[in-house]
Design a protein around this ligand. Structure first.
Ligand SMILES: Cc1cc2nc3c(=O)[nH]c(=O)nc-3n(C[C@H](O)[C@H](O)[C@H](O)COP(=O)(O)O)c2cc1C
Length: 213
């Protein structure tokens, strides 16, 4: 099984992170997580998850939030200022990293190699080591600066996966919209899960030869 880094920055979209973390652990992967200060604030606002910044105390709280029981992977939470942790070094082999959600600020720092926190440093390492890095920005509208930063990280090899769920599966629950994004993130990391429903065409098929004559 693989080792994945999950970064949580201060953009809206904490439920996406929850679903990705749950699936990474349930599918037997080892997860190294890092949450920015603003990420903690958003978790509080959106998920009522109050973290202290003390990783020992926060670990069980994050696992309870992810609602995983009997998972076969392992979970380790690092402090954003702990730049001496293993994921800060390319010598520590990992299979990929996702930043879910990714704020415009974190996107900009990653795009410019400004690794003043562990999350950005771990992403910087992924880029330099040519490892899979998936960034999930959530912003609207996007500015020219955001677009340029997305271009820069894409040119450097990262995958920009905006948190923009589609509606072609006719979702009726918020959880289905969350899964639409979480499933794509997991698939982009190469993690097999049942979260992403592939599009198999309309049901029943509405295609007709007459219709295109
Ligand atoms: C409730 C809440 C929601 C936010 N939503 C977004 C967002 O969707 N996108 C974004 O780029 N910033 C958002 N922000 C602002 C960022 O948190 C802020 O720019 C912060 O400095 C980013 O820090 P970080 O990149 O270290 O996580 C939000 C802040 C709060 C408190």
């Amino acid at each position: 099984m693989g080792i994945y880094v999950l970064g949580i920055a201060g953009a809206s979209g904490a439920p996406y992170a929850r679903r990705v973390l749950e699936q990474m652990l349930l599918t037997g992967h080892d997860v190294k997580a890092v949450i920015t200060d603003a990420g903690r604030k958003v978790l509080e606002v959106e998920e009522d998850l109050v973290l202290t910044g003390n990783t020992e105390a926060d670990t069980p709280a994050v696992l309870a939030w992810a609602q995983v029981n009997n998972y076969s992977g392992t979970f380790e939470l690092y402090h954003h200022k702990d730049v001496a942790s293993p994921i800060a070094s390319g010598s520590f082999l990992i299979d990929g990293m996702a930043v879910v959600p990714c704020s415009g600020g974190t996107l900009g720092r990653i795009a410019h190699g400004i690794s003043n926190g562990l999350l950005e440093r771990a992403a910087d390492v992924c880029i330099k080591e040519r490892r899979r890095l998936v960034l999930v920005p959530r912003e609207m509208p996007v500015s020219l600066i955001h677009l340029r930063n997305m271009t820069a990280v894409t040119e450097a090899g990262a995958i920009v996966l905006p948190a923009s769920p589609g509606f072609y599966h006719k979702p009726t629950e918020i959880s289905e919209l969350i899964d639409m994004v979480a499933g794509r993130i997991l698939a982009s990391l190469g993690i097999e899960s049942t979260v992403m429903k592939p599009w198999l065409g309309p049901e029943p098929s509405t295609y007709s030869e007459e219709g295109i004559q």
